[in-house]
Design a protein around this ligand. Sequence first.
Ligand code: GAL
Length: 683
Amino acid sequence: MKTHKLFPKVDALLHGGDYNPEQWLDRPDILEEDVWLMKEAGVNTVTLGVFSWSVYEPREGEYHFEWLHKILDTLYENGIYTVMATPSGARPAWLDETYPEALRMNLKRVRNLHGVRHNHCITSPKYRQLVHDMDVRLAKEVGSHPGIILWHISNEFGGECACPLCEKKFQDWLRNRYDNDIDKLNHAWWTTFWSHRYNDFSQINAPAAHGEQSIHGLNLDWKRFTTDNTREFMEAEMAVFRELTPDIPITTNFMHMYSALDYNKLSKPLDVISWDSYPRYGNPEESLYDTSMENALDHVMMRSFKHDRPFMMMESVPSLVNWHEYNKAKRPGVHKVTALQAIACGSDTVQYFQWRKSRGSFEQFHGAVLDHLGRSDTRVFRDVAEVGRLLKALKPVQGSIVESKAAILFDWDNRWALEDCAAFSKLTKQYTKTCLDMFKLFQKNGVDVDVIAPTEDFSGYRLLAIPMMYLMKPGVADRLKAFVSAGGQVVMTYISGYVDESTLCYLGGFPGDGLTELFGLYVEETDTLYPQDVNGVRFTGLPGVSEDTVFAARDYCDVIKVQGADTAAVYTEDFYAGEPAVTVNGYGQGKAWYVGARVEQAAMEQVLLAAMREADIPVKDLPEGVEYHRRSGDDAVFDFYLNYTTEPVTVETEPGVDLISGRSVSGQVKLEGLGVMVCQVQP
Ligand code: GAL
């Protein structure tokens, strides 16, 4: 069975979003209007209670859940399910006044004042206790309500706290990591450098601009600790619901490729992955397709955390946000294609922030399904209602999954270590952009690709793309060797395999940890170029690529010494002109490709295409500006084509039925500007 329905009792893709009735309790007319307008918009799910603590408990020990019961009942009677959030993302004033230890302290060791949200100390035992008590109360109050399909823990975990409680906990975390042996830590952090040796764990502070920030190992361990501490906080919340409502699954909403927390680690205990999608649609620097590719990468990363099931787009906006530099409205037609992109990438939901604009305070002008105007005959409402209708038509897709034969390896430890290392160029390392560029090449060729951590299982994939894996975790190199040896294809780039998990350099040649053997080469120097510098790369025997074409190489060029690898391309300029720039090494049944320079996309594409051919991964000829994905269910596959251009295009499809238009399609099919086709391919 491939199909995995996230919520068996809901026989539909979910459509809805954050609903804040607690802001309108004195307006029963509005609450009544909400329900029938939700039905008009095809909304079948809302998220309640994300920031409701001060209404649940206006004074310590005084609880009000009557309103929540009433809302849950009304929604359920009207066929609308609820994602029930815990309110730990923001606190009432009385809580901070009574328990100031709950307030976060920044890295300058200044305690925050009460206000905004997400500014609590995740370590504070008092805060954890209060959250626990609130969660127990919530679970007991509403946990048996038939309308609740999912718990939503807190909101967008993020940030760090450096209060004395957190610092002490960090020291204990280090004791545990380094077996209570300070010399192990001194070695891992290489503290003899600049005379930074510690005698005791108690001497260690969290990194700070006005304190220690030069030890890469410390900086990295602090980030790891912050993730572990956040996960512990999240799991403490989850434990309440696991015990009291074991049948209700649990999620927390992630942000895009958020830098401060290792989402791969946070994703593990969750039942469902969900995230909040807010691209800068309509920005002048890039096409709608390019903006959507960034969003696709986020979708795909979320999907890949649990690739045996759909994920959820928990928040998105039908019109504009209020926190971009310029808050531009979505153009006509854009909402449909961008909402369905989530489904194409493997989401079973299109959810919004927010159902109705709040009347005051910080998000009063943030887009919503319902405006202050209070009418359903608006462009935005109609766009939402159209998506509601389309999601009904796409019901057969529910529970199907995307099965990728290729994966890009992405790692937070690597991201942190690479960003932090004093080397190369601060301006051009651009790890996430490098991953995005790689991702775009798969998309351009219609190849579904997962984005996974290097610690994940490689079986099931035939090709692994490894951009800039500066920090190579223990065991990964051996697993890559086994993967290639058994017939896999690996494409790895410059600045890979420099340091181990403690950020200590591998000795004896990069890429380290035995990867020189896999790739049949070592890197003698890495040249960091100024933005004005351009080298050239010429392929010397890659099928289909002319030897006369010179592709540009910028930013980074490895000077490579081959030890068994074949040279696939050479540099054309500078003191390493004629030396290998791209190599390929046969290893067991498979091949290891090494791209030693940041070559232009057209050149990287040629290497990936060559590796895909070897891996027997079929490519698709897509018109420019079209995104393609395939979702597979038990009895059918669904091919999604999304046209981000405003012009009609022609796509090539297998015979099937377009679930959007209801028409039979086969061969060349015209897709309107901003059009979407979802072809249920005939078995
Ligand atoms: C999200 C957040 C929501 C809302 C939204 C606005 O990050 O979870 O509560 O603030 O942004 O775009």
